[in-house]
Design a protein around this ligand. Structure first.
Ligand code: GDP
Length: 435
């Protein structure tokens, strides 16, 4: 596989369709177009052409777009052919392309990989693009679009720039300290800016909204046996998922229903009855249910009519739901009341969950959507904090500088760039030291 090959692929879906789109990218693109479509069309204009094989045999009538680099998606010369969508037409055109010297079928993701390698997209944008293709709900689509447009990448880039400035301040106070010609307070300035940068990173780290949106929110349905958990889940699913039985302890496994609540992906999980039991299999289910409840974004704690409201210790937000509302016991110690049998109270319940979910994913700033971003931001935050406290306690400035360098490196890895070396340029161009 050579990276200077010209690559092609069917960019539209497989199967019979009105139109299929073939993408071509690489140095040979111009030659490919000349071979099969005749004269090169005006750039970025759809032009009707008869495609022909090298022997001059017509293949199809197609709309052809010529997108010369470096302003194209991949940064290379590119073309798109909108051909008729039948399998025979596709195969004929692809067959001709494959026979052209230096051309080959693209690997998965290869167009985007080239866009990244040619600096057309940063890593977060590539991830955003991947998320956009996978987006299932409206809110996920919006977040993926924001990331693809560079929201997170720009934040990381801005912080990296700030990190480099701080580094330059520290380097300057280090290099020129003995010579007495550097203004005082460089170190102090660096510390103030370090703290400010760490605070900004911490703010984004403290919200899990992006990851929640990408992965979906989890709502655990908890409560004692027979509280009505499986019945509620079945009702949500609109089909029989969990086994409903009047005997306690029939639901042994956590079962899930994935919903789209106002554009948010929300998974409801039924848990085995939270009770003490001697049955080892059931005990296993109970343990897993407890763990799930601890990881969940929201816990629906179902309370049966004849039950006292037990304390459910959870760090998560808990909504207390009185079940079996059709049995005519009004209780005031719960947040709301439902009947899974009659469906009464369910719209209100879903509305409450949607509201709480919206609050959890409402991003006021660029949001982290992957563990990779979180790990790197955390690393940069820790390094900045450590550097700051070193300077505070008058430890060697070299060590603090090294930590800031690590912080900058972590930020550079967010967008996939790693040229920490440009701190040197900055150091000598940004400071008029008079040397
Ligand atoms: P779980 O152990 O918490 O999963 O409870 P189930 O969903 O299995 O329900 C236990 C029993 O309560 C079953 O016999 C259900 O038919 C009954 N039940 C569940 N929800 C309702 C309800 O809204 N009204 C009435 N009357 N019975 C219900």
């Amino acid at each position: 596989m050579r990276s200077d090959d010209t690559i092609f692929a069917i960019a539209s879906g497989q199967g019979r369709a009105a139109v299929s789109v073939i993408r071509i990218s690489g140095d040979q693109t111009r030659f490919v177009l000349e071979t099969i479509a005749g004269k090169i069309p005006a750039p970025r204009r759809l032009t009707l052409r008869t495609l022909k094989d090298p022997a001059g045999e017509p293949l199809d009538q197609a709309l052809v777009a010529w997108m010369p680099g470096p302003g194209s998606f991949t940064g290379e010369d590119q073309a798109e052919l909108q051909i008729h969508g039948g399998a025979a037409t596709r195969n004929a055109v692809i067959g001709v392309l494959a026979r052209i010297e230096g051309c080959r079928a693209a690997e998965a993701g290869e167009f985007t990989r080239r866009a990244f390698l040619n600096g057309r997209m940063d890593l977060t944008q590539v991830e955003g693009l991947a998320d956009l293709i996978d987006a299932e709900t409206e809110a996920q689509r919006r977040q993926a679009m924001r990331q693809m447009e560079g929201e997170l990448g720009h934040a990381a880039e801005e912080w990296r720039e700030e990190g480099l400035q701080i580094l330059a301040l520290l380097e300057a106070s280090l290099d020129f300290a003995d010579e007495g010609d550097v203004p005082d307070g460089l170190e102090h300035q660096a510390m103030t800016r370090m703290q400010a940068l760490a605070d900004r990173i911490a703010k984004v780290l403290s919200s899990r909204s992006g990851e929640r949106l990408r992965e979906g929110l989890t709502v655990v349905i908890a409560g004692s046996p027979n509280a009505g958990k499986s019945t509620l889940l079945n009702r949500l699913a609109g089909r029989d998922v969990a086994i409903v039985s009047p005997f306690a302890g029939t639901t042994r496994d956590a079962l899930e229903v994935r919903c789209d609540l106002g554009g948010l992906p929300v998974t409801f999980v039924d848990t085995a009855g939270l009770r003490e039991t001697a049955d080892p299999v059931e005990q296993e289910g109970v343990t897993r249910a407890r763990q799930l409840a601890e990881q969940a974004d929201l816990v629906l704690h179902l309370v049966a009519p004849d039950e006292d409201v037990p304390r459910l210790s959870s760090e998560r937000q808990v909504l207390r739901v009185a079940t079996k509302g059709d049995l005519n016991r009004i209780r005031h110690d719960c947040d709301l009341s439902i009947s899974a049998l009659s469906g009464e109270g369910l719209p209100e319940l879903l509305e409450r969950v949607e509201h709480l979910a919206q609050d959890m994913v409402n991003p006021a700033h660029a949001s982290i959507s992957r563990e990779r971003h979180r790990a790197l931001f955390m690393e940069s935050h820790q390094m900045l904090q450590r550097a700051h406290s070193m300077l505070e306690t008058n430890q060697a400035i070299e060590l603090a500088t090294e930590d800031v360098r690590l912080a900058v490196r972590a930020l550079a890895r967010v967008t996939g760039r790693l040229d920490v070396e440009d701190v040197l340029d900055r150091l000598f161009s940004g400071f008029c030291i008079g040397k």
